[in-house]
Design a protein around this ligand. Sequence first.
Ligand code: NOJ
Length: 542
Amino acid sequence: MPEWWRDAIVYQVYPRSFADASGDGIGDLRGITGRLPYLRDLGVDAVWIGPVFASPQVDHGYDVADYRAIDPLFGTLDDLDALIEAAHALGIRVALDLVPNHTSNQHRWFRAAVASGPGSPERSRYHFRDGRGANGDEPPNNWRSVFGGSSWTRVREPDGTPGQWYYHLFAAEQPDLDWRNPEVLAEFASILRFWLDRGVDGFRIDVADALIKDAGFPDTPDGHPVIPKDASSPVHDVHRAFRRILDAYPGERTAVIETGADDATVALFLRPDEMPLAFNFRFVHARPDAADLRAAIDASLAANAAVGAPITWVTDNHDTTRSVTRYGTRAALTGAYVPGELRTASGAGADLEAGARRARAMALLLLALPGAACLYQGQELGLPNVDDLPDEVLQDPVWERSGHAVRGRDGCRVPMPWSGDAPPFGFSPSASTWLPQPATWGPLTAERQAGDPASMLSLYRAALRLRRQHRALGRGGLRWVSPGSADVLALDLLVPGETVRVIANFGARPIALPEGEVLLASLPLEDGRLPGESAAWVLPAR
Ligand code: NOJ
């Protein structure tokens, strides 16, 4: 099919939390390979594997020391080759996570930059600046790191004296590259080709919109960084260069970018010569109510239509409070992490049963909307966020950098429960996993849910099966239908010869369904009516 990615279902694997084959309590590549049949049975088109490259793991791999090597924690290059081969044999494509905005401070380039001193070509690959104040002991400007604190850290010069400062949008161990230096693009072009040559089908690109900073580094009223993303920003040339590399390979290699920008700005990155896909964070942050969801859907569809690009719908990822917990409140939904801005979202007060009902309804919306969709591991199991992890096990750098004010994202990264009645629930041969799993997760294991037709996993499997059978799902043009109530969303998805109606009832009371065949409902119908907080797919009677 041309441009397979336009309606692809991508499954996000967070490597340290998916499956552990080695027995060290941390997930790894062989663990992922062993669970590929599960992904085939779920019915996904592609798997995006979070960063597995050599890394000190300060930000769990989003601090890369060597972009062409696998971290021993996760295995070897041979293990990755074997994973790719096994995935392809099952019809699943593989995307890796490219982290171009920053390297690790242990990357050979950064070490050379520190060792080489001010004004050196080595320093010009990063953003080194002299400090302010009499002795240069104040940071060059007032920009704040996403993870808390200043965005600048001072180095010692080779002669031991306190020296220049370097810029980091995230942690101090994640120095930002200077993408105005052509050497940086040349290096990443080579890295892309290295992995494409090994058979990788594409990339998820981290912080893709933030590669270019205002070179004047001006102070700002609120300490927000100035990161040009407008139509003429040089950041778009980077993405054009990436696209040319992808397109030079056979097999429709692709990329999905992370950008926290507004809809219109995201669309700029999806112009025909730039990136194929971008996560839709507007949808992540929409409240589970009809008005907010419709506004989010309309705004995103309009923005992307202007550039002819599909939308990549998302509700969950490894940076965001899990949706079962988020949807357990009606408050404005915030993740633990929004690119460019940190926010807290505690599960305190969330009604997890209501959250699970709404998450089921949202699954039917997510998987019907035209475009691609990305599922985060455990979403298909309805895992809640784990908000009561003991302080001493927290690992997200946000926790330390915020002076223990923000607990960070560990709560959505707890290892997957696969089977059995007690931790480690089949995740690892070892009982001690890198984050502890709640002892109450027995009913949530994949094994238990696979045997229960009413489970979240069964709902996802059924929905993905129907999506393959009915072209209108995920591919049809969208036409809103008058819902009859402010709490209800109703829309038709249309392809020639087929219409599927999606009805999502976010109110409390059951509503009548249109005449026709109910393909799937997220909760059992009540006397033929659609219960509150549920959704259905219907083939309307002609
Ligand atoms: C976005 C990633 O999703 C997040 O996990 C990471 O901390 C930051 N980028 C920095 O790389």
